[in-house]
Design a protein around this ligand. Structure first.
Ligand SMILES: Cc1cc2nc3c(=O)[nH]c(=O)nc-3n(C[C@H](O)[C@H](O)[C@H](O)COP(=O)(O)OP(=O)(O)OC[C@H]3O[C@@H](n4cnc5c(N)ncnc54)[C@H](O)[C@@H]3O)c2cc1C
Length: 344
């Protein structure tokens, strides 16, 4: 039987064969998966949601790949205007945001349109338009592969920072099975991001209805090429390939004077626009970076893959781009997608 490739499980469509794939479709599948992985004498599998933020190795993975495809949202506790909502790890995050909008529940409206699963979202504390998972996450249930048991991790234990968490720094140890959020039956959280305020035709600090904010976020993402269209010309991508880099106050002043957008993240760290830095050294939407690898037609910071692309070539391209930016500006760029599978 031909083996499944990591390419078929990831949006960059790169990556070699996975020796063994287990798809978790219902919570009841989990115990069997743990047993099977134990019988195969593996310490932990590679876990994927929609594969929208990974670069999978050309060599593939010589072990089990678990694909989280569980779905379901349950309101577990209602206390006045606060509603606790428990979501299965495989539930698409954008579907969760749409559900919350329909239920008039605030707290995750700005996460609409982020590709991928709810269980993967805490891994890099996914966020957009001034909102992130850590704003509303209460706790996770996880399988701890080191302890061999189920655990509840309160949000504080997840060390959620700007596009960072305990999970990102310890890949493989915990598999997220469910995520519980504190949502509020109220207007949307105050708008903090100017492009969103502009899209809504309002000002910073206002609190429009949740559904209006969700619709505005989706419209703005569509216009900026930030939605994943599996049939469009930029279908093979993993979103932004670099994080906005941290900069010192002196660097921020110099970069701002040159026209680079800078902002302070939710941890108080000054950051510069990675997309501007790439354009500063000459890259533009549509540019060819290497064989089979280009900047998307809409965004320099998104690289798309085409015939002839390899994961090794993709990583080399990121290394070269980061080196070029560092030579020109003194600022190194860190890749955003995680590398999974067997890398040399
Ligand atoms: C067009 C586009 C736009 C994007 N925009 C944004 C954005 O605005 N903001 C943002 O933050 N991100 C954005 N991303 C990145 C991506 O959507 C998020 O990181 C998302 O959370 C990844 O979900 P996934 O299910 O695809 O995860 P995957 O790519 O499958 O996995 C990502 C990482 O999480 C791990 N993982 C996956 N599921 C689990 C689990 N259940 N338990 C433990 N670990 C797990 C994987 O091993 C891997 O390390 C964008 C990506 C694309 C393609």
């Amino acid at each position: 039987m031909p083996s499944t490739t990591l390419a078929s499980l990831t949006t960059l469509r790169l990556g070699g064969p996975a020796e063994h794939v287990l798809t978790i479709s219902t919570p009841a599948d989990w115990a069997d998966a743990v047993r099977t992985i134990g019988q195969r004498h593996e310490q932990a599998p590679v876990v994927l949601g929609h594969g929208s933020n990974v670069i999978a190795s050309d060599a593939g993975h010589p072990g089990t790949v678990v694909v989280m495809n569980t779905r379901g949202i349950t309101a577990t506790r209602v206390d006045g205007t606060t509603v606790d909502v428990t979501v299965q790890a495989g539930h698409p995050l954008t579907d969760l945001a749409a559900w919350a909008a329909a239920e008039h529940l605030a707290g995750i409206e700005c996460l609409a349109g982020i590709p991928g699963t709810t269980g993967a979202a805490p891994v890099q504390n996914a966020g957009a338009y001034g909102q992130q998972i850590s704003d509303t996450l209460d706790h996770l249930t996880v399988w701890d592969w080191e302890m061999g048991s189920m655990r509840t991790l309160p949000a504080e234990a997840c060390r959620l920072r700007h596009r960072d968490s305990r999970f990102k720094n310890n890949p493989g140890r915990w598999t997220v099975l469910t995520a519980t959020f504190h949502l509020t039956r109220s207007p949307a959280a105050p708008v903090t991001y100017q492009p969103l305020a502009d899209e809504l035709g309002t000002s910073i600090g206002t609190r429009p209805p949740v559904a209006e904010v969700t619709a505005a976020v989706l419209a703005n993402r569509h216009r900026r090429g930030l939605l994943l269209d599996p049939h469009g010309p930029a279908a093979r991508q993993a979103g932004s390939v670099f994080l906005n880099p941290p900069v010192t106050a002196t660097q921020a002043t110099r970069l701002s004077a040159a026209g680079c957008p800078t902002h302070t993240d939710s941890d108080g760290q000054l950051r510069a626009s990675a997309g501007w830095l790439l354009e500063h050294i000459g890259y533009r939407p549509g540019y060819k970076i290497a064989d089979g690898i280009r900047c998307s037609d809409r965004r320099t910071l998104t690289l798309t893959t085409h015939d002839g692309a390899t994961a090794t070539g993709f990583v080399q391209a990121l290394t070269e781009l980061s080196a070029q930016v560092e030579i020109a500006t003194g600022i190194a760029l860190q890749p955003e997608p995680a590398m999974v599978g067997a890398w040399p």
